[in-house]
Design a protein around this ligand. Structure first.
Ligand code: PHE
Length: 442
């Protein structure tokens, strides 16, 4: 059913993949982590992980999708069948549920972003200030539900319109807009007196972090999460990639653009934080409390705040589209429902479950459970199925399609013996870190 469904061009594919990759991880995690773990030292280590994870992890997922022409359930089934064994589809359920679960929580947070966008436009955000606005939005019953519904509604429209007219088109509009808007903010912020302290935080290397295992763990978890490696969403985008495209090259392009997005975010946010004498932080406090305080003190408060939150909204929706595309395609290919009904089921599920976790405390617990345990585990399963289980000849052939020169043997060895263990390490380190109260890495 889906074999004829393809992204129309390289650009369309890359922007959809970048759309998935660029999200909250780039905006509210990367900027803080860079400074907190050694500045330029963190950046160097991070780039190494991005190189490995993009060229081997991301391309592996794209390859699996393109080879099998479907999402995780069918892809894992076929991977195991290539070894003459049945039952892979049961494993494929795990990353698929991971996609749905992360979408549920993500949509609630992006709903908050939508509310902040509206609050920036109308000025109501600045009447009460970020803290009170956030408390009301996330602390009273169902007050964020309409926003959650709006965000899921937009995602639904993109999904119903299909891969070319919905997913691809949305990414082609939202991703360039994200880059341009954040660049404008970064340039504006550079002129704030005191911004220099922010650049120092981001760029001056603190070598004492180089041999600290926590630096490596944080850089690794960051690279993994930001590339959307979950064994599910990127598999399905890969299934819409034409056979004559060079997968490794497109994966590296995606990794590069995602990294650019992280840097632009860091330069838009951190220097402003320092210019106004605030403490750098991460996650919801940064986005929903610190940032409004910054805009409040800048001229053109409403304008910059709107531009900022609209960009975050775009980054979030394109990630959400990817997560829910995985669920939609599963309904289409496994249950044989049409696209419209499938999209409605995927989005409806996300909205329904979201009702129960919309309060901040519940949401935090949900997202922790999903991003610390479930999605990394799904990603690890994907890595094993791609580089250890799938028939080696088939895997290598598919990876080499669209390339002038075949990939060298060492590439597949590094993937098998370095990348796959790395995916396992992400799972294990998360468990250990949480057990010892060190915070999660993804
Ligand atoms: N990469 C996205 C981010 O950095 C998160 C994401 C994970 C998106 C899994 C899709 C699938 O926020």
């Amino acid at each position: 059913m889906n074999s004829e469904r393809k992204f129309s061009s390289k650009l369309g594919f890359v922007l959809a993949s970048v759309g998935s990759a660029v999200g909250l991880g780039n905006i509210w995690m990367f900027p803080y982590r860079v400074g907190a773990y050694g500045g330029a030292v963190f950046i160097m280590i991070y780039l190494v992980f991005i190189g490995i994870f993009a060229s081997m992890g991301l391309s592996g997922e794209f390859m699996l999708g393109r080879l099998t022409g479907t999402g995780p359930i069918g892809a894992y089934e076929k991977a195991l069948l290539s070894r003459g064994k049945k039952g892979g589809q049961f494993v494929g359920w795990i990353p698929l549920v991971g996609s749905l679960a992360i979408a549920i929580g993500y949509a609630v947070i992006i709903g908050w972003v939508a509310s902040y966008t509206a609050g920036s436009v109308t000025g109501s955000l600045f009447k009460v200030g970020g803290e009170a606005y956030f408390a009301k939005l996330t602390g009273t019953n169902f007050s964020s539900v309409p926003w959650n519904a709006i965000v899921i509604g937009i995602t639904l429209v993109a999904l119903i319109f299909g891969v070319n007219n919905g997913v691809e088109k949305a990414s082609k509009i939202m991703m360039p807009a994200f880059f341009v808007f954040f660049l404008i903010i970064a340039i504006r912020v550079a002129f704030l007196p005191g911004a220099i302290e922010g650049y120092k935080y981001l760029l001056i290397p603190d070598w004492s972090y180089l041999l600290n295992p926590k630096t490596w763990a944080m850089a690794m978890g960051q690279a993994f999460f930001t590339l959307s490696i979950t064994g599910s969403g990127m598999v399905i985008y890969g299934s819409y990639l034409k056979k004559d495209e060079n997968i490794v090259k497109l994966s590296l392009t995606t990794g590069l653009l995602d990294t650019v997005a992280s840097f632009v975010s860091a330069f838009a946010i951190i220097p402003a934080v320092f210019a106004f004498g605030m403490k750098p932080n991460a996650g919801p406090p940064l986005m929903f409390m610190t940032m409004p305080k910054i805009f409040e003190q800048m001229p053109l408060t409403g304008l910059f705040s709107t531009v900022f939150f609209v960009s975050v909204l775009f980054a979030g929706i394109t990630s959400l589209i990817n997560m829910l595309e995985a669920v939609t395609e599963a309904c289409e290919s496994r249950v044989k429902l049409n696209r419209k009904v499938s999209s409605i089921i995927a989005c409806g599920l996300a909205l329904l479950v979201g009702l129960f976790i919309e309060k901040e405390a519940n949401l935090g617990a949900w997202m922790d459970a999903v991003t610390i345990y479930l999605t990394p585990f799904g990603a690890f399963l994907g890595a094993v199925f791609i580089y250890w289980i799938l028939d080696k000849k088939q895997m290598e052939n598919e990876m080499n399609l669209g390339r002038e020169k075949a990939l060298p043997n060492w590439f597949f060895n590094v993937a098998k013996y370095v990348y796959v263990p790395a995916a396992l390490i992400v799972v294990v380190v998360n468990v250990v870190f949480v057990a010892f109260g060190l915070g999660s890495i993804s």
